[in-house]
Design a protein around this ligand. Sequence first.
Ligand code: SF4
Length: 313
Amino acid sequence: MTGPRILSLGAGVQSSTLLLLSAERRIPRYDVAVFADTGWEPQAVYEHLDRIEREVAQPAGIPIKRVSVGNIRDDALDPAHRFASMPLFVRKPDGRRGMARRQCTAEYKIRPIREAVRLFLGATLKANGRPGRPPRGSAVTQSIGISRDEIMRAKDSQVSYSRHDFPLLDLTGAADGRPGWKRSDCVRYLRTRGFGKTPKSACVGCPFRNNAGWRRLRDTDPRGWADAVAFDRAIRHGSVRANTTGASLRGEFYLHSSCVPLDEAPIDRVTRHEWASRQTDLFDAIADTEAGVDDEIGCSPFTCRTDLYEEIS
Ligand code: SF4
């Protein structure tokens, strides 16, 4: 039994591709697409989401459900709010660099999507207002937008009421003739449908952003850049709540992997990783450049990327 079909819609390249393919009936139709809103996506993502809802989802009869547990930026700076740790870079008191534990994806993306799935399956609300377990034996098939170049991120849901599937991996027609679409195939497809400028989805101040991504934010979204710079300053000593209660974390925290304030960080440096990825596949690089995304990193709920920034010492 496959159950209702749900799309985990991050509104980036791969999941937007799935929405369009479903609307065209090239893959089975989704009963609903769920977008987990952290409240801090770039304006371009919200505009893209509005557009695909208006021009693709609504005409195809696929409702888009926007779910949220709060604004990740405001919550992080609110001394009264529990701090869901972001993957901030930290310079420890002994000078070594490291990275803070990441809880934000689970809290702001996976949790609201799973709650929406449980409600969709008929779960009732518990005393705390959150949905309980869905009826025994009920389950959905939840599509995740993972392309062939990200196949290592295809993972089970780890909950009994949701079975993940990865439709991009089964498609034919990739530019290189091999089974499954790469991200560049998705970009090409979106371009033929008028969505060639589909942005990557990730919080404005997400530390999982390489130099190309920071440059893009600085050069194309001055408000987002100023916001990220201000946030970077505000989290220098970690959790605002912990600082307020006198339980400050040790070390200094930064958005950029160099552990330098964002507006001073060496983001114009083309890293070895960035240079290597430019050489990997000329066609992919051309497709990405035409789409205006370079190798900026995105963060979708079930495929959050942790590997595309400089290794820290
Ligand atoms: S985009 Fe970054 S900050 Fe936002 S939820 Fe994902 S990992 Fe956390």
